[in-house]
Every structure is written in structure tokens, then in C-alpha cells.
Design a binder for this molecule. Sequence first.
Ligand code: UFG
Length: 310
Amino acid sequence: MVIIDNFCNSKPEVINRIQKITGKTVALIQGDVRDKVFLGTVFKQHAIKAVIHFAGLKAVAESVANPLRYYDNNVMGSLALVEVMTEFNVKNLVFSSSATVYGFSDTKPIPETAPLSPFNPYGHTKRMVEQILEDLSASDSAWNIALLRYFNPVGAHESGMIGEDPNGIPNNLMPYVSQVAAGKLKELSIFGNDYPTVDGTGVRDYIHVVDLALGHVAALNVLDKNCGLLTVNLGAGHGYSVLELVHTFQEVTGRAIPYRIVERRAGDIAMYFADATLAKQKLAWQTQRDLADICRDAWHWQSQNPQGYS
Ligand code: UFG
């Protein structure tokens, strides 16, 4: 296996920890997915059979402030990758897409057939790459492509050795809650409690990162059987509110999470969760870990690595 990373949002130490967990040696090559010459040398030097493409930026607010950076990284990077894959006749690809492509969907749970209407530059880049890959698949049946639409990936590896290490103050709920539990941040701001949900706070489909990883393994197995194009939601199939998550985190870890209700965050959706039946049918995959597992593992990672990877 070969990992390519430009480390703009991650640390090389992760690789050491992956090797410890798996007992396998991993080749790491530092470089940028937009650099076709670089990619060409990697494909020349290694017998690559399939690619899992995670190389994207993912902060919604940053994408609104700096859209060109997002189009460049996410769209141009994907284009460069599939061009080089075509050149080397490697035509099995798993792409990290996002539930964000559904935008303000009225359907709950959301099936893969729901209308698509992303509404920020980050979401547009995900949908554009899906479109490119759909067109590519239609043009050449040798391609096998899995578009995996992630819901809300959270938690950490059970060992506590690899987890999320956001730059600066976290934007997302779970790393924020973890840092409040650790005393690094004073209190959680809950963005609105007047949504039409179970307790007024936003509802999301949280999926444990290990379940998510296993979804990729399942997708690779299906690509091997010449599946063509496959578009699948990766979610648990049910949602939890912010308050439900906070209460579960407190129960599982015994840590207090002080919080305050503040204004809604611009661009937030009240509620969404996956229709997860297609993944079960096509990938023989479903989530195995629940919200308590997610909270336990997130806290395990946070408490063992108070400074992240550094
Ligand atoms: N929330 C808070 N306080 C916080 C952070 C979040 O109350 O400090 C709430 C949000 O309002 C929302 C829920 O917690 O109701 C989850 O918010 P996150 O920021 O963790 O996740 P989002 O659902 O907003 O975003 C995620 C991914 C994005 C992706 C989006 C849509 O992080 O990359 O889903 O698919 F675009």
C-alpha cells in the first residue's frame, strides 16, 4: 500500500501509528495530488491496482471565504488523479463524497436518488467531482468507481492512537465536545434549540470512523467484481440531536460538558440522516458501532493525545 499526502491538514506521525496498529509497513510519499508529474512517478514505481481518493479540503466556512482554493484542491486534484490513472490504466477508484451534495433535502431519511442541491463551494466541489466521475464511467466501461457519500464521520480508532487533530479551534461538534471535556475549551456553544427536531437542536447521522473505513474496504471488494459506477450513502440510517450526543458523551466518559445555547449557525440544516439500505444491498455493509462507542473512542483519543499528534 502507498499513501500520498501533502500534509496540509495532517501529520506524518499518523503513518507510524497506522503501522503500529496494523503491523504492516506503509510506503509514504509526500506530494500533491494536483501534481501530475509527481503522480506519474508514483504510478511508475508502484504496482497500483486501485485508488482511494481522500485528498480534499472539507471546511464549509473556509470554502465560502476562499472558493478558488477549494475548486483548485478538490476539483483540479481529482481531475489530475483520474488523468494519471487513465494513463497508467488503473481504473478502480473510491471517491470520498459527502451527504452535503443533497443540500436542503426534504426527504428523511435521504436515499441516493434524492435531488442534489449543494449550496456552498465545498458542496459544489464534491458534486462536480461526482459529475466528472459519472461522465468518465459512462465513457469507458472499464472504470469501476464508488462514490461514497459520507454522513457525519466522528470518533477515533479504538486503540486511541489515531483520531482527529484539527488545526486551531474545531469547527465540528465532536472534536469541540472532546476539547471541552479535556478542559482545553471552556464550554460548547450549541447553535440553536428551536429547530423542528426532538429537542430543538440539530440532528445528524453520526458514523464511527472505523465503520466508515470498513465501508471503503467493502467498496474495494465490489470494485474488484467490475461493478461499474456505484453511488452509496455511508451512514448509520438514524440521527441524533446535539443534546443527545452531549448527554451520551457525559454518560460514557464521566466528564462534564458545560454548554450554552446560542444563535443558529448560518447554513445549518435542521436534520438529516441517511437511508442506508443501498449500502447494505450493494456493499454488504452496515454500521456496527453506536453513539456510545463513538463518544468512548473520541474521548479515549483526546485524553491520550491532549496535543494531538505533536
Ligand atoms: N454544532 C454545535 N456547536 C458546535 C459545532 C456544531 O451546536 O460547536 C452543531 C451544528 O449546528 C450541527 C451539528 O452540531 O447541528 C453537527 O455539526 P458539525 O459541524 O459537526 O457537522 P455538519 O453537519 O455541519 O457538517 C458535516 C461535515 C461537513 C459536511 C456537512 C454536510 O463536517 O464537511 O456535514 O454533509 F459538509
